[in-house]
Design a protein. Sequence first.
Length: 342
Amino acid sequence: MSNIRKISELAGVSVATVSRVLNHPETVSEETRDRIIKIMEEINYVPNSIARSLSTNRTSTIGLIIPNILNPLYPSIAKGVEDIFFKKGYNILLSNTENDAKREKDSIEMLLSKKVDGLIICSSTLKRTELDIILKQKVPLVLVGDYIEDSDISIVYTDYKLGGYLATNHLIKTGCKIIAHIRGPMNNKSSMQKLEGYKNALLEAGIEYDEEYIIEGNDQIDGGQLAIKKMIKKKGKPDGIFVANDLMALGAIEAIKVLGYKVPEDIAIVGFDDIDVASLIEPKLTTIIHPVYRMGLTSARLLLDLITNEEEDCFNQKIFIQPMLKIRKSCGYDNRIEEIFS
């Protein structure tokens, strides 16, 4: 295979110029860049597809950033994204941040250095101003999960506050008087919104809000287990619990059984997400449907439009997907007309 020095001799440029074409093509004049790329193709220095990407300034890759690869939500989003982009010949670079803001920033910088054609970020922990590094480089961006006010970024989101309200209000309707909440990590904006929905439902029903019945979990099964043990030891048994995600709800149900209580007879449970296993456990989990696969599909279509639309008037969109209550057995709801397919 020919080396960079040979290419530089044939093109009549320095080795440094050839290197810039390979790594930072935007820093080389179009005439020089095209001449070097043509020589690369002629001597088979790089595959034609890579040479074409240099000339078009596109790589046919997109970056997908998720906060927790072990949470069943995010593989479902990833599948929705891949189902769209695979058909269009794109590859996906996946980065897992573990809900860590620094890792998210590092992932963004890494993916931008790879010259991705666009980015999808799920449940970002960053502030709006911290996303400017992407916008300044004019890389198309779509956020999934959280709504940002007055933002010029395309967003696919659900109303977590409404979801938290629906879950808590349903427990109230089943007759629960003491309702606890196992919340997610507070660096996650969706956790704050679910908590706000929980508080609103209590306020509307005239039920006193008790801070000691709010226990933070880690969004994992063991987080739900630990939260139940801590809650009952500290405050005693509540009538019902709204759990911020289904993984923690699974852990909570297991811990309740270990402590000698029954679900829903002693403690009613409502989760959030409707992951596949929610309908397989006993009792089957009442939960808030979080249509993550559809959110993945929708975000991918938005990003593809931003990438392929050459017109400057291409505008950003905000698409809202409604959360819905799925009633099963864990909430103790007697009237199961609404429970059609569990």
